[in-house]
Ligand binder design. Structure first.
Ligand code: MD3
Ligand code: FE
Length: 217
Protein backbone atom coordinates (compact mmCIF):
# COMPACT_ATOMS: atom_id res chain seq x y z
CA UNK A 1 0.00 0.00 0.00
CA UNK A 2 1.33 3.48 -0.86
CA UNK A 3 1.41 6.37 1.56
CA UNK A 4 -1.20 9.03 0.93
CA UNK A 5 -1.98 12.52 2.13
CA UNK A 6 -4.58 10.97 4.40
CA UNK A 7 -1.94 9.07 6.41
CA UNK A 8 -0.56 12.34 7.77
CA UNK A 9 -1.59 13.20 11.32
CA UNK A 10 -3.76 16.31 11.46
CA UNK A 11 -1.64 19.46 11.83
CA UNK A 12 -2.76 22.44 13.87
CA UNK A 13 -3.79 25.44 11.78
CA UNK A 14 -0.69 27.64 11.46
CA UNK A 15 -1.83 30.22 8.93
CA UNK A 16 -3.00 33.75 9.81
CA UNK A 17 -6.40 33.51 11.43
CA UNK A 18 -9.04 36.13 12.11
CA UNK A 19 -10.36 35.14 15.56
CA UNK A 20 -13.10 37.69 15.02
CA UNK A 21 -13.07 41.15 13.42
CA UNK A 22 -10.24 43.08 15.12
CA UNK A 23 -8.34 40.04 16.51
CA UNK A 24 -5.75 38.59 14.12
CA UNK A 25 -3.50 35.66 15.04
CA UNK A 26 -0.16 35.52 13.17
CA UNK A 27 1.18 32.05 14.05
CA UNK A 28 4.97 31.92 14.28
CA UNK A 29 5.39 35.52 13.07
CA UNK A 30 8.16 36.15 15.66
CA UNK A 31 9.71 32.67 15.66
CA UNK A 32 12.90 33.49 13.72
CA UNK A 33 13.58 36.52 15.94
CA UNK A 34 12.84 34.79 19.24
CA UNK A 35 16.50 34.33 20.29
CA UNK A 36 17.19 38.06 19.79
CA UNK A 37 13.96 39.01 21.56
CA UNK A 38 14.78 36.81 24.57
CA UNK A 39 18.30 38.22 24.72
CA UNK A 40 16.84 41.74 24.73
CA UNK A 41 14.42 40.76 27.53
CA UNK A 42 17.40 39.62 29.63
CA UNK A 43 19.13 42.97 29.04
CA UNK A 44 16.01 44.89 30.08
CA UNK A 45 15.50 42.73 33.19
CA UNK A 46 19.10 43.38 34.24
CA UNK A 47 18.22 47.08 34.55
CA UNK A 48 14.51 46.89 35.45
CA UNK A 49 14.09 43.62 37.35
CA UNK A 50 10.98 41.45 37.03
CA UNK A 51 8.69 42.06 39.99
CA UNK A 52 5.30 40.87 41.19
CA UNK A 53 2.92 43.84 41.30
CA UNK A 54 0.44 44.13 44.12
CA UNK A 55 -3.08 45.01 43.00
CA UNK A 56 -4.87 48.00 44.52
CA UNK A 57 -6.83 45.38 46.49
CA UNK A 58 -3.60 44.07 48.05
CA UNK A 59 -3.18 40.83 46.07
CA UNK A 60 0.23 39.82 44.73
CA UNK A 61 0.05 38.97 41.01
CA UNK A 62 1.42 35.52 40.10
CA UNK A 63 2.85 36.91 36.84
CA UNK A 64 6.17 38.79 37.18
CA UNK A 65 6.43 42.00 35.10
CA UNK A 66 8.83 44.57 33.82
CA UNK A 67 8.72 47.18 31.02
CA UNK A 68 10.64 49.03 28.39
CA UNK A 69 9.79 52.15 26.43
CA UNK A 70 8.94 55.62 27.66
CA UNK A 71 6.04 54.41 29.83
CA UNK A 72 5.52 51.41 32.09
CA UNK A 73 2.43 50.14 33.86
CA UNK A 74 2.55 50.42 37.65
CA UNK A 75 0.20 49.51 40.45
CA UNK A 76 -0.11 50.70 44.00
CA UNK A 77 -2.77 51.41 46.59
CA UNK A 78 -4.06 54.34 44.52
CA UNK A 79 -4.69 52.19 41.42
CA UNK A 80 -3.10 51.36 38.07
CA UNK A 81 -1.44 53.89 35.82
CA UNK A 82 1.40 54.40 33.34
CA UNK A 83 4.56 56.03 34.68
CA UNK A 84 7.78 57.19 32.96
CA UNK A 85 9.79 56.06 35.99
CA UNK A 86 10.32 52.56 37.38
CA UNK A 87 9.23 52.83 41.03
CA UNK A 88 11.63 49.98 41.84
CA UNK A 89 14.77 51.81 40.70
CA UNK A 90 13.65 55.45 40.51
CA UNK A 91 15.04 55.49 36.95
CA UNK A 92 13.33 55.75 33.54
CA UNK A 93 12.38 52.39 32.05
CA UNK A 94 14.98 50.90 29.67
CA UNK A 95 14.59 52.11 26.08
CA UNK A 96 12.61 49.94 23.70
CA UNK A 97 15.08 47.87 21.64
CA UNK A 98 14.97 48.39 17.88
CA UNK A 99 14.07 44.72 17.30
CA UNK A 100 10.98 45.16 19.54
CA UNK A 101 9.66 48.28 17.83
CA UNK A 102 10.31 46.81 14.39
CA UNK A 103 8.44 43.58 15.17
CA UNK A 104 5.45 45.43 16.63
CA UNK A 105 5.27 47.74 13.64
CA UNK A 106 5.49 44.88 11.12
CA UNK A 107 2.91 42.71 12.92
CA UNK A 108 0.45 45.58 13.21
CA UNK A 109 0.90 46.35 9.49
CA UNK A 110 0.30 42.67 8.62
CA UNK A 111 -2.99 42.90 10.53
CA UNK A 112 -4.03 46.10 8.75
CA UNK A 113 -2.84 48.78 11.21
CA UNK A 114 -0.45 51.11 9.42
CA UNK A 115 2.13 53.18 11.33
CA UNK A 116 1.77 51.57 14.77
CA UNK A 117 4.48 53.13 16.94
CA UNK A 118 4.33 51.70 20.48
CA UNK A 119 5.67 53.78 23.38
CA UNK A 120 5.36 50.98 25.97
CA UNK A 121 6.15 47.29 26.10
CA UNK A 122 4.85 45.30 29.05
CA UNK A 123 6.90 42.13 29.60
CA UNK A 124 5.07 39.36 31.48
CA UNK A 125 6.90 36.32 32.83
CA UNK A 126 4.84 33.24 33.74
CA UNK A 127 6.29 30.40 35.80
CA UNK A 128 4.31 27.14 35.93
CA UNK A 129 1.10 27.84 37.84
CA UNK A 130 1.08 31.57 37.10
CA UNK A 131 -2.14 32.89 35.57
CA UNK A 132 -3.92 36.09 34.65
CA UNK A 133 -7.58 36.38 35.52
CA UNK A 134 -10.12 37.86 33.09
CA UNK A 135 -9.60 41.60 32.70
CA UNK A 136 -9.75 44.51 30.25
CA UNK A 137 -6.78 46.67 29.24
CA UNK A 138 -8.17 50.14 29.75
CA UNK A 139 -5.35 52.28 31.15
CA UNK A 140 -4.09 53.44 27.75
CA UNK A 141 -4.91 56.96 26.62
CA UNK A 142 -6.33 56.27 23.13
CA UNK A 143 -8.14 53.01 22.44
CA UNK A 144 -7.85 53.58 18.66
CA UNK A 145 -4.36 52.06 18.80
CA UNK A 146 -4.12 48.27 18.69
CA UNK A 147 -2.15 46.07 21.08
CA UNK A 148 0.40 43.62 19.66
CA UNK A 149 1.16 40.56 21.79
CA UNK A 150 4.12 38.20 21.30
CA UNK A 151 4.30 34.81 23.00
CA UNK A 152 7.70 33.22 23.76
CA UNK A 153 8.69 30.05 25.60
CA UNK A 154 6.20 27.60 27.10
CA UNK A 155 2.75 27.34 25.51
CA UNK A 156 -0.26 28.95 27.17
CA UNK A 157 -3.99 28.60 26.99
CA UNK A 158 -5.31 32.09 26.38
CA UNK A 159 -8.87 32.95 27.45
CA UNK A 160 -10.70 35.03 24.87
CA UNK A 161 -13.92 36.53 26.17
CA UNK A 162 -16.25 39.25 24.97
CA UNK A 163 -17.29 42.81 25.69
CA UNK A 164 -18.90 41.81 29.01
CA UNK A 165 -17.18 39.92 31.82
CA UNK A 166 -19.93 37.29 31.82
CA UNK A 167 -19.53 36.50 28.07
CA UNK A 168 -18.41 32.94 27.46
CA UNK A 169 -14.62 32.71 26.93
CA UNK A 170 -12.92 30.54 24.28
CA UNK A 171 -9.56 28.88 24.93
CA UNK A 172 -6.92 29.74 22.31
CA UNK A 173 -3.50 28.01 22.41
CA UNK A 174 -0.63 30.52 22.09
CA UNK A 175 2.72 28.98 21.18
CA UNK A 176 6.33 30.15 21.05
CA UNK A 177 6.65 32.77 18.30
CA UNK A 178 2.93 33.47 17.91
CA UNK A 179 1.86 37.10 17.53
CA UNK A 180 -1.67 38.43 17.98
CA UNK A 181 -2.89 41.92 17.06
CA UNK A 182 -5.96 43.18 18.96
CA UNK A 183 -7.75 46.37 18.10
CA UNK A 184 -10.84 48.14 16.87
CA UNK A 185 -14.03 46.39 18.00
CA UNK A 186 -12.21 43.98 20.37
CA UNK A 187 -9.82 46.45 21.99
CA UNK A 188 -11.78 46.38 25.27
CA UNK A 189 -12.70 42.68 25.29
CA UNK A 190 -12.13 40.64 28.43
CA UNK A 191 -9.21 38.21 28.28
CA UNK A 192 -6.93 36.17 30.52
CA UNK A 193 -4.43 33.31 30.69
CA UNK A 194 -5.03 29.91 32.30
CA UNK A 195 -2.48 28.62 34.83
CA UNK A 196 0.73 27.76 32.97
CA UNK A 197 1.47 24.03 32.72
CA UNK A 198 4.81 22.63 33.91
CA UNK A 199 7.47 22.30 31.23
CA UNK A 200 10.83 23.41 29.91
CA UNK A 201 11.33 25.31 26.69
CA UNK A 202 14.67 24.92 24.85
CA UNK A 203 15.19 28.69 24.54
CA UNK A 204 13.26 30.17 27.47
CA UNK A 205 13.57 27.46 30.14
CA UNK A 206 10.72 26.83 32.58
CA UNK A 207 8.74 29.95 31.73
CA UNK A 208 6.56 31.79 29.26
CA UNK A 209 7.37 35.37 28.29
CA UNK A 210 4.69 37.59 26.79
CA UNK A 211 5.42 40.98 25.26
CA UNK A 212 2.52 43.40 24.81
CA UNK A 213 3.22 46.49 22.75
CA UNK A 214 1.02 49.46 23.46
CA UNK A 215 0.55 53.08 22.64
CA UNK A 216 -0.07 54.15 26.22
CA UNK A 217 0.44 57.92 26.19
C1 MD3 B 1 -7.07 41.45 23.99
N1 MD3 B 1 -1.37 39.67 28.80
O1 MD3 B 1 -0.61 42.02 29.82
S1 MD3 B 1 -1.53 38.90 25.74
C2 MD3 B 1 -1.82 41.88 29.62
O2 MD3 B 1 -0.42 36.51 27.69
C3 MD3 B 1 -2.30 40.57 29.10
O3 MD3 B 1 0.46 37.83 29.13
C4 MD3 B 1 -1.70 38.33 28.40
O4 MD3 B 1 -3.46 40.39 28.97
C5 MD3 B 1 -0.46 37.50 28.39
O5 MD3 B 1 -2.65 42.76 29.80
C6 MD3 B 1 -2.41 38.30 27.11
C7 MD3 B 1 -2.87 39.09 24.65
C8 MD3 B 1 -3.69 40.34 24.80
C9 MD3 B 1 -3.15 41.50 25.26
C10 MD3 B 1 -3.90 42.63 25.32
C11 MD3 B 1 -5.22 42.63 24.89
C12 MD3 B 1 -5.00 40.32 24.41
C13 MD3 B 1 -5.77 41.45 24.43
C14 MD3 B 1 -6.01 43.80 24.90
C15 MD3 B 1 -7.29 43.77 24.45
C16 MD3 B 1 -7.84 42.59 24.00
FE1 FE C 1 -4.51 42.28 29.13
Amino acid sequence: MTASLFDEPPQPLRTPLLLEPGAMVLPGFAQDRAPALLQAVAGIAARAPFRHLVTPGGLRMSVAMTHCGTLGWVSDRSGYRYSPVDPHTGQPWPAMPGCFAELAHQAAAAAGYAAFAPDACLINRYAPGARMSLHQDRDEHDMAHPIVSVSLGLPASFLWGGAARADKARRIPLLHGDVVVWGGPVRLHFHGVQPLAEGTHPLAGACRINLTFRRAG
